[in-house]
Design a protein around this ligand. Structure first.
Ligand SMILES: Nc1ncnc2c1ncn2[C@@H]1O[C@H](COP(=O)(O)OP(=O)(O)OP(=O)(O)O)[C@@H](O)[C@H]1O
Ligand SMILES: [Mg+2]
Length: 490
């Protein structure tokens, strides 16, 4: 029996590939049935050529290849090798064994790397598969992590055939343990001054809050954003596997050991950011799963891209339409945005621009209210003066900040939820404030016309500030600080 896999979101579904040969038929050729897409249909040509150039005589009749279950749509080029092997098993060139196999074939029979090896092998492990597993050599790393016994990597069709017919001369892959990495080539201590922005970023990292940085060009926004992964706790094993599954489906083999930092360009299309499109792949927001999605020059992004962020920002996943179905990809990321306060470049004596309030509002309106409302913290990154920029003061390292973030997160773990994810109904219970703070919040919210969602966010951020302060209660100073992180409101 020959098995392969297809995918729904980042999960694998096992697919059986079987071939029969009609030796009496005067027609010679291969038919592939079972809801295959164009790549699967084209498989016929690659398989024929690969078989021929490796000296296999398969033209012994009319061959029908069936992919089942029939109601699952099959897509991708990874069916090549299983189809070729199943034909050889029908012609009698291959011993009949239980095999799981994936691989694209080149015309001369070389096996090319494919998408989805990690989720497929994880599915095999879950279903307690017992048999031989064959994957392309270039996908070896993903396979070694899953650690199934009798897993082999091959470079070409002939090697796969020899291996199946006689295992004795081949060495199976050894399981490798995941070594989490926390080496970064950047550090928070590279960033001069900007203490307020750094403090806000620490809070954002501690509670998993989304953050928008607003400041003039060259003030260090991009620099700060790039250093956020360095102050977050390392990914745990489950996070590594889940994120790596997304990368595997997207066509990047190997393991993702560091929290991802994705920074798509503002000209990017909706499909490349949210996923889907012709090939139905995960987009940037899913590649940022468990890490950071950084959108620099936020106002320059297409409106439909920004609108498409609503679902993932709220739900941590994205649903994208495929040809005849939908795919759901995980997309739980910390959103970090950066933008200039206005379109002008003129600065007055205080280092502020000379645009009127109306002009600034018009500029920021480019990001729609609903998106802005979904961002927990809005901060100003100021223009530094010469002496601040040149001052040589000792700066905190990422490691130091990370330790505080980890401590604040462990308090949240005891409560069972990261502050940014606290649902509305639990806010009352988790964030109790006194009447004085209540009044303060009321005054601010009414004056600034803060939405209900905005008020919840102020309270959640205040909870994180209190956690960093190692305080059980959320008191007035925490609320006061939290309010500051909502400088832009609509
Ligand atoms: N606070 C800072 N500390 C150290 N270097 C800085 C700082 N701010 C700016 N720089 C220097 O200026 C360069 C540009 O900074 P960065 O790209 O982060 O600015 P930005 O705020 O993102 O600007 P823009 O709005 O144009 O994107 C950095 O690569 C760095 O060399
Ligand atoms: Mg920048």
């Amino acid at each position: 029996m020959i098995l392969c896999a297809d995918f729904s979101g980042i999960d694998a579904i096992l697919v059986e590939v079987e071939s029969s040969i009609d030796r009496k038929s005067v027609l010679r050729g291969i038919d592939i049935v079972g809801m295959g897409d164009t790549a699967v249909k084209e498989s016929e040509k690659r398989v024929k050529s690969a078989l021929k150039s490796n000296g296999f005589d398969f033209m012994k009749g009319r061959i029908t290849v069936n992919l089942s279950p029939a109601d699952v749509k099959k897509s991708g080029s990874h069916y090549d090798l299983p189809i070729a092997l199943s034909i050889l098993s029908a012609t009698g060139d291959l011993k009949n064994k239980k095999i799981f196999v994936m691989g694209e074939l080149s015309l001369d029979g070389r096996v090319r790397r494919v998408r989805g090896v990690l989720p497929a092998l994880m599915e095999l492990r879950n279903s307690k598969f017992e048999g031989i597993v064959i994957i392309p050599r270039e996908n070896e790393k993903e396979a070694s992590v899953v650690g199934l016994s009798d897993t082999f990597s091959v470079e070409n069709l002939r090697e796969a055939v020899e291996l199946i017919n006689d295992l004795r001369f081949f060495k199976s892959l050894e399981k490798i343990d995941i070594a989490v990495s926390s080496d970064f080539d950047v550090d928070m201590s590279d960033v001069k001054d900007q203490e307020l922005a750094k403090r806000a970023i620490e809070i954002a990292a501690a509670g998993g809050h989304n953050i928008l940085m607003i400041g003039p060009p060259g003030s260090g926004k991009t620099m700060l954003a790039r250093r956020i992964p360095t102050i977050l706790p390392q990914m745990n094993l489950d996070e590594i596997l889940e994120t790596s599954k997304v990368y595997s489906i997207a066509g990047f083999p190997g393991l993702v050991l560091k929290r991802p930092f994705r920074s798509p360009h503002h000209t990017a299309s909706v499909a490349s950011i949210v996923g889907g499109g012709v090939n139905a792949r995960p987009g940037e927001i899913s590649l940022a799963h468990n890490g950071i999605l950084f959108m620099d020059e936020l106002t320059e992004f297409r409106r439909d891209v920004l609108e498409a962020l609503r679902e993932p920002l709220e739900e941590g996943k994205i649903t994208v339409a495929r040809a005849r179905s939908v795919a759901v990809y995980p997309a739980r990321f910390m959103f970090v945005g950066a933008m200039n306060p206005c379109s002008c470049v003129e600065i007055d004596d205080d280092g502020e621009c000379i645009c009127s309030e109306t002009e600034r509002i018009r500029y920021t309106r480019k990001i729609s209210g609903p998106i802005l409302d979904r961002i927990d913290m809005h901060i100003r990154v100021k223009r530094m003066n010469f002496s601040e920029y040149r001052r040589k003061s000792p700066k905190e390292s990422s490691e130091l900040i990370r330790n505080r973030v980890i401590a604040a997160r462990s308090v949240q773990k005891k409560r069972g939820i990261l502050n940014s994810n606290i649902p509305h109904k639990d806010i009352e219970g988790f964030v109790k404030i006194d009447s004085e703070s209540e009044k303060l919040l009321e005054k601010f919210s009414d004056r600034m016309k803060i939405s209900g969602r905005g008020i919840d966010k102020i309270l959640k951020v205040a909870r994180t500030i209190a956690d960093l302060d190692n305080s059980d209660r959320v008191i007035k100073k925490h609320i006061l600080e939290s309010i500051q992180y909502r400088v832009v409101s609509f």
